[in-house]
Design a protein around this ligand. Structure first.
Ligand code: CA2
Length: 154
């Protein structure tokens, strides 16, 4: 287990499963973390799973991933639609980046239709509920395995 996949969650996602289940479902963030850990372990990957309501903290974790991360899966919450600073931090990370939204942001208010993070993301998942994290993790594992296979044959 050498590579850590960083799974980063933005503001208010600590309330997952506790409010607005009609939009975000009934699973808690702890449930999502457990599922991600199980799936990552099956791929031989370590995971660093974090949530913060603070933009600067999320940026610091993205900076940590520059040295310690093989991929970033990020649900930036409302910072998706506002944060050039998170986009800049992601642009300084070399590995694959996957953006996850639990709800289908395109079916919601127009201010949710634009994402700064999508300018950097290699893939975007929206509207698949919390399963979106696992789909993104599957893709991250595939990308990491493909990159390893390439260095092994080089
Ligand atoms: O659909 C998503 O995952 C979002 O990133 C969630 C953000 C929202 O601002 C984005 O437009 C789309 C909001 C996260 C708030 O999470 C809550 C969960 C349960 C109860 C209250 C808030």
């Amino acid at each position: 287990m050498t590579s850590a996949v960083f799974v980063l969650n933005g503001p208010n996602l600590n309330l997952l499963g506790k409010r607005q289940p009609h939009i975000y479902g009934t699973e808690t963030l702890a449930d999502v973390e457990e599922q991600c850990r199980e799936q990552a372990a099956a791929h031989g990957l370590a995971i660093r799973f974090h949530q913060s309501n603070w933009e600067g903290q999320i940026i610091d974790w993205i900076h940590e991933a520059r040295d310690a991360g093989s991929a970033i899966i990020i649900n930036p919450g409302a910072f998706t639609h506002t944060s050039v600073a998170i986009l800049d931090a992601l642009n300084a990370f070399d590995g694959p980046v996957f953006e996850v939204h639990i709800s289908n942001v395109h079916k919601r208010e127009s201010f949710r239709h634009h994402s700064y993070v999508s300018l950097r993301a290699d893939g975007v998942i929206a509207g698949f509920g919390t399963q979106g994290y696992l789909l993104a993790l599957q893709r991250a594992a595939n990308r990491i395995e493909a990159a390893r296979a390439q260095t092994d044959t080089a």
